[in-house]
Design a protein around this ligand. Structure first.
Ligand code: HEM
Length: 234
């Protein structure tokens, strides 16, 4: 397969979707893991976000991780662009081939990956504006810095607490994460199948891991804004 075919043929597009999808699956594990440090407050309220602030500072100040961040954004853009092209191709194929919508026994969320991806994109734009743009560019909401053992850093925990004081924001985050759960429920197994991990014996295992992963990641993320607005932490 030539580089041109990787980006233009259906098989090439699916391959790009699978590879970028798996990188995003790995990113979400790291992202959820680091953010879960906020729950140290549940055990020790004196903590006041120290563990999370230190972890976020490490991620933001390590050169290698900043370089990986460029790869992450390239992956997200590629995933979105190829996703829309594949959705358009599928729609065209369906409208030419069938007079009525053809359902091949697949789940509604497998047939709605484009719609779910769009809902996640809307959430992501708001989310990056809240945290990433502030941390990297504007410093909005991060004017008061915090010092641990002589190291000055952003108080990202304080920014989260201030962000999740309005119910509409918490609701948008929860809807974004529910869309993410369904998107991952299909995307996880689909990505592995595209990359050739497709075997009757391992299929059930792959599907179960995919569902488990999707539910745990989405639930963990939803619990974050909910914990702040309910006053369980912060
Ligand atoms: C719902 C709970 C979530 C919270 C509280 C949260 C919090 C954060 C914070 C604080 C940052 C900034 C990190 C920094 O720059 O120091 C960030 C960045 C980011 N988040 Fe989230 N996040 C959540 C869910 C998600 C989800 C579901 C996705 C993907 C669908 C996502 C994708 C990203 C991306 C792409 C970045 C920028 C990457 C980077 O900082 O390197 N987040 N998030």
């Amino acid at each position: 397969m030539t580089w041109k075919q990787v980006f233009t043929s259906s098989v090439g597009k699916k391959l790009v979707m699978g590879l970028t999808g798996i990188s995003l699956v790995l990113f979400l594990i790291v992202h959820a893991g680091i953010n879960a440090c906020i729950f140290a407050d549940l055990v020790n309220p004196e903590e006041n976000g120290e563990m999370f602030n230190k972890a976020a500072h490490f991620m933001g100040s390590t050169v290698l991780i900043r370089i990986m961040e460029i790869g992450l954004f390239a992956g997200i853009i590629l995933h979105i662009a190829q996703g829309y092209l594949l959705t358009l191709e599928n729609q065209k194929r369906r409208s030419v081939g069938y007079a009525v919508t053809y359902k091949d026994g697949s789940k509604w969320y497998s047939r709605s990956m484009g719609l779910l991806g769009t809902l996640i994109l809307i959430f992501l734009i708001l989310h990056l504006y809240h945290f990433w743009v502030s941390a990297r560019f504007t410093g909005k909401g991060l004017e008061e810095e915090i010092t641990y053992n002589g190291v000055v850093m952003h108080n990202m925990f304080g920014l989260m607490k201030a962000t999740f004081t309005e119910w509409w924001i918490v609701v948008v985050y929860a809807l974004g994460c529910i869309s993410l759960a369904y998107h991952l429920a299909h995307g996880f197994q689909s990505a592995f199948k595209t990359l050739g991990v497709h075997n009757k014996r391992y299929n059930i295992m792959l599907i179960s891991i995919g569902y488990g992963y999707s539910i745990i990641i989405a639930a963990l993320f939803i619990l974050m804004p909910v914990s702040f607005i309910m006053g369980w932490i912060g």
